[in-house]
Design a protein around this ligand. Structure first.
Ligand SMILES: NC(=O)C1=CN([C@@H]2O[C@H](COP(=O)(O)OP(=O)(O)OC[C@H]3O[C@@H](n4cnc5c(N)ncnc54)[C@H](OP(=O)(O)O)[C@@H]3O)[C@@H](O)[C@H]2O)[C@@H](O)CC1
Ligand SMILES: Nc1ncnc2c1ncn2[C@@H]1O[C@H](COP(=O)(O)OP(=O)(O)O)[C@@H](O)[C@H]1O
Ligand SMILES: [K+]
Length: 520
């Protein structure tokens, strides 16, 4: 299967327009409602759990809810439907759905239930209040806010139709309040808001109902959800038996100023464990604080930054930024790095310095050699001269803007990391969890990225693979630990190493196999 496309509200509306203006248009609302009703029946309800509350809002999302209710009723469920909008203001399709509900003998409540004592009455809730038409710039009327609070306080599973009500479809932002769904049945295709920012908290399991449409034949996608199938195309090839350390590249890590030496050490360990042939660290820490060896990983070769930059011709890639600090010396080293032809990973303080110093900014924009930026939202904000909230309010837009501004691929990190390219195309990563919200995990990511570049992956592949793998390694640890709490950056490294080996070699061994052939 192809990587799943992700569409903005405007693009979904365009798809809908094209479909509805073609000959014999399908009844999309009917198809959507039936698909969602099937999910409710199979995933939320059962023979002894058949009491369902269906909430219908004032637009077509409410129309979907009427269709769901009709099918569930026909299948013998005990359905309570609540609709507080005005029937005559419903859009055409939704009005039709309401009509068919009436014809099937259905009735509806004209006030939303918000009474705690009613909690026993339902085994599941269907959220058809608002979909992609919600305008989150307008505060929801209190009756909707009240019912959302109420539903979230019930201990029953909720199926959101299209998107959880309250979520901004294009950005994943929640202004004020949002339905907390156990499942989201999303129609036609994925939306950005389901995959990043607050969306990750509210959607639960996402089920894509394509309504029989091949959306990427109707509109060319610019945005996709990364998946394992796609990642398989980004893996390094299996190693040849007659390889040597030079085959897998040499990487330099420049950073580790006094007090933040660990950042560069973590990046170095990450690079080594992800297969780089040789890893050199150029540490900025002063003479009293600079280590001469990493006893935990003595394979790392520790140098001064000057020594490291003197031997750039020996390197295949340079990661600059983890623990770089903001002293003048750091600026000078960064300037030299930007003027080199080495593939660069620019992280942490390297990004902060570029945001602050015009000449560094210009040097990055002028660069022809490959490079990748790895900002978290605060670093992205500095680079775009906006606030962190501005970034988070529209992460996909911020990621694309940055990639375009610096003509450089990047990952905008955080829940639902986004890998973006200067041409506006971008990928959402489905991996990662709050166990990663701890100091040093970003340094580990930059080491991964550098190691893959040193092993001659293209920037595009190295970026997607490292981001996906970093999150998957954390997800695997979460499973092993039973939760995210206390996960450390160091632990991500061996977890990623085993995953990557597993993905490349699929459990098969590379060693020579010799057996005696029995004589007959
Ligand atoms: N696209 C397709 O092909 C398909 C789409 N389908 C379904 O249609 C859904 C989109 O339907 P939609 O466009 O009618 O929008 P929807 O989400 O119901 O909300 C609009 C209503 O909410 C109101 N409203 C908005 N903001 C508000 C606020 N802050 N506070 C208060 N009210 C507010 C707004 O009021 P108004 O702005 O008009 O005053 C209007 O009444 C989509 O998500 C999917 O479920 C499926 O049937 C399959 C095919
Ligand atoms: N809640 C979360 N869900 C998924 N990934 C997260 C979450 N919190 C942090 N991360 C990931 O952890 C890493 C943190 O990077 P960063 O903030 O640069 O850390 P540091 O500078 O301490 O190394 C990023 O890859 C980010 O995407
Ligand atoms: K909804």
């Amino acid at each position: 299967m192809n990587t799943r496309p992700v569409y903005t509200t405007a693009q979904i509306r365009e798809i809908e327009f094209r479909v509805l203006h073609a000959p014999n248009p399908p009844a999309l609302m009917e198809i959507a409602g039936l698909a969602a009703a099937g999910i409710a029946r199979d995933r939320l309800l059962a023979q002894d759990k058949d009491r369902v509350l269906v909430l219908a809002g004032p637009g077509n999302n409410g129309g979907d809810a009427f269709v769901v209710a009709r099918h569930l009723k026909a299948w013998g469920m005990k359905v309570t439907l609540a609709f507080t909008g005005e029937a005559e203001k419903l859009p055409q399709d939704a009005r039709c759905a309401m009509q068919r509900w009436h014809e099937a003998g259905g009735t509806f409540e004209t006030v939303f239930p918000t009474d705690k004592h009613a909690a026993q009455q339902w085994d599941a809730v269907i959220d058809g209040l608002f979909g992609i038409g919600l305008d989150t710039a307008r505060l929801l009327p209190e009756r909707y806010r009240e019912v959302i609070r109420y539903v979230n306080s019930l201990n029953v599973p909720v199926l959101a139709l299209d998107i959880p009500s309250g979520l901004t479809s294009d950005t994943g932002e929640v202004q004020d309040i949002c339905i907390h769904a156990a499942f989201t049945a999303t129609f036609i295709a994925l939306k950005p808001g389901l995959l990043t920012n607050d969306g990750r908290n509210y959607c639960g399991e996402i089920l894509v109902c394509n309504l029989g449409l091949q959306s990427d034949t109707l509109i060319t996608a610019q945005s996709w959800l990364l998946d394992h199938q796609h990642i398989k195309t980004c893996l390094p090839t299996p190693r040849l038996a007659n390889s040597h350390k030079g085959t897998f590249g040499s990487i330099g890590i420049l950073g580790g100023a006094t007090g933040i030496v660990g950042a560069a050490v973590l990046a170095g360990r990450a690079a080594l464990n992800l297969g780089a042939g040789r890893v050199y660290l150029g540490l900025l820490a002063d003479a009293d604080h600079v280590p001469v060896i990493d006893y935990g990983q003595p394979e790392l070769m520790l140098r001064s930054p000057r020594e490291l930059l003197r031997q750039v011709e020996l390197l295949d890639c340079l990661v600059i930024g983890p623990g770089l600090g903001n002293e003048i010396a750091a600026c000078d080293f960064l300037q030299q790095a930007l003027h080199s032809d080495l593939p660069l990973v620019l992280d942490a303080d390297a990004l902060n310095l570029i945001a602050r110093h015009e000449e560094l900014n210009k040097a990055l924009k002028r660069r022809q050699a490959p490079g990748v930026l790895t900002p978290h939202p605060a670093e992205a904000a500095r680079l775009l001269h906006v606030t962190k909230d501005d970034i988070q309010q529209n992460r996909p837009r911020a990621a694309c803007e940055l990639a375009k501004k610096f003509n450089c691929p990047l990952v905008l990190k955080g829940a639902g990391s986004i890998c973006a390219y200067p041409d506006g195309s971008h990928y959402f990563s489905p991996t990662g969890n709050p166990g990663l919200s701890t100091a040093g995990t970003g340094d580990v990511l930059s080491g991964f990225l550098g190691a893959l570049l040193a092993q001659k992956l293209t920037v595009e592949k190295a970026l997607l693979l490292s981001v996906y793998l970093h999150g998957a390694a954390a997800d695997r640890l979460l499973d092993q630990m039973g939760g995210p709490l206390g996960m450390t950056a160091s632990e991500i490294i061996p977890s990623a190493r085993s995953l990557l080996n597993y993905w490349i070699y699929d459990g098969s061994q590379g060693s020579i196999k010799i057996n005696n052939q029995e004589e007959r």
